[in-house]
Design a binder for this molecule. Sequence first.
Ligand code: ADP
Length: 491
Amino acid sequence: MATQKKEGPRLDFFSDWKYSPAPESKEHIRLNKKYDLFINGKWQKPTGSKYFATHNPATEEKLAEVADAGEKDVDAAVQAARSAYEKTWRKMPGRERGKYIYRIARMIQERARELSVIETMDGGKSIRESRDIDVPLAASHFFYYAGWADKLDYAFPNRKPTPLGVAGQIIPWNFPLLMAAWKIAPALACGNTVVLKPAETTPLTALKLAEIIQDSGLPDGVVNIITGAGKTGAAIVNHPHVNKVAFTGSTDVGRIIQKAVAGTAKRVTLELGGKAANIIFEDAAIDQAVEGIVNGIYFNQGHVCCAGSRLFVQEGVADLVIRKLKDRMETLIVGDPLDKNTDVGAINSKQQLQVITNYIQIGKEGGAEFYQSSCELPKKGYFVRPTLFLNVSQSHRIVQEEIFGPVLAVQTFRTIEEVIEKANNIPYGLSAGVWTDKGSKIFNLTGKLRAGVIWANTYNKFDPTSPFGGYKESGFGREGGVHGLLPYLSL
Ligand code: ADP
C-alpha cells in the first residue's frame, strides 16, 4: 500500500492499512511448452523450425515458445484460407455461419477464467481488466456479429453484400483476445476467411482461441492463426491472395502497410495511435471525473490507444481536480497483475518500459512539473508508477506523441473554444472524453472535436454495437456495430 511522500497529498488514513493479497489461481492453466502454427484446422510446425519465447512481464518468466512463421508458412495459411473461402465458407448460408460464430462465443464464455488468467500472465494487465473487460467483450463481439450473419441483406437493403475473400488481420499487444474478436467475428459473419497474427509479446490467448476454433468444428482453413513478428505481418500484408488487410497497431507500421497496399486491389482498415483529450468543465461532477481520469490513463497501464493521456481542466476547478487526482493516485495499487486488488499491472515488455521511461525523461527535461505516486514497485518485472506532468504546453513532446503508458499530461483552459482548439491540435483523432453537467455542452463539443469516439461523463466504455475508429493519423475504418461489417463486404 502507498506510503506517505514528503510533500505529497495527506492520506494518513490509507497509510495505516493494507489489502491482503488476493491472487487469482493459475493452477488450472495448461500451457504447452511449444506452440505451432494453426493452419487449415491443424497445428503445423513452422517450415524454418524457428520458435521464440513469450514471457510474463510481471515476473520475467518464460511462459512458452511459439512458432516464428516465415513466408512459406504465411503462404500455406493464405492458401488454406483461400481454399476454405472458395469451397465452403462463401457458399454457406448466413444462418449456418452464424451458428459457428455463436458456438465460438459460447466457448469463450465457458473458458473465460482460463482466458483471463492467460491474458494477464502473457500481457501484464490486471486480472480485473482481463476478467471484467477483455474476455466478456471478446465473447460479446462474437455474439453480436453472429446475429448479423444471416441479416446482411437487411443491414444493407437494395444492395448485394458480398464477402471480399481472405482477410489478413494483424493485431497489437494491448487487448490481444479482444482485438482478435474484433477482427475475426465481423469477417466471418460477412463470409470471409481469415489469417490472423497476434503481436509477438502476447500470442497465447490467440493460440487458445485457435484451440477453441478447432473444438468448435469450424471448417478447416476458415480461420488460420499464425505467430511471428513484423516480418510475418509484412508477409501477410504483401501476399497477393490477401484481399483485405485489417491492422491495429502503431501509426508508423500503419504507414508502412498503407504504402505496401497502394496500387493493389486490397482493401484496408487501420486503427492506429491516439492521444485523447479528457476534458473536465467546472460544472462536472468532480469525484466522478477524477475516477474517469484514473480509469482513462492508469488502469490498464495506459496501454490503450484511446487512453485519456491529455487532461484539460477548466481553470476554476484545476487546483481541486489536481489535488483529488493526486490523492487518488496515492491509493492506486501497482503490482502483481494476478492479484484481484491490483489497479495498475505490469508494462507489457521491457522494450515498452524503456519507451515510457524515455518519455518521462523527455517530460522532465522539457521543464514540465513532474509528479508520481509514491507506491513501491515490485523488484522483478516491468512496472511504472502512475505519473503526472503539470504545466505542460501544446508543443511539449509528451503532449503531442503517444506514450502508451500511465503518463498523463495536464493543461488548463478557460473557454470552450480554447479547449476545442487545443484538443484538436494534434496529429491523432481516436477518442476524447467530456465531463460536464450540461447536455448542450456535450453536443457542442462532440460536433467539433475531431475524434472517432467521444465519451461523455464516462471513459473507456466499449460495446460491440458501437463503432470504434479514428480520424487523421489514428487511421480509418470502423470496427463494431453495423459499420464494422462494411470493411468486410463489397456492396
Ligand atoms: P505496437 O507499437 O503497438 O507494438 P506495432 O505497430 O509495432 O505496434 O505492432 C502491431 C502489430 O503489427 C504486431 O502484431 C506486429 O508484429 C505487427 N507488425 C510490426 N511491423 C509490421 C510490418 N512492417 N508489417 C506488418 N505488420 C507488422
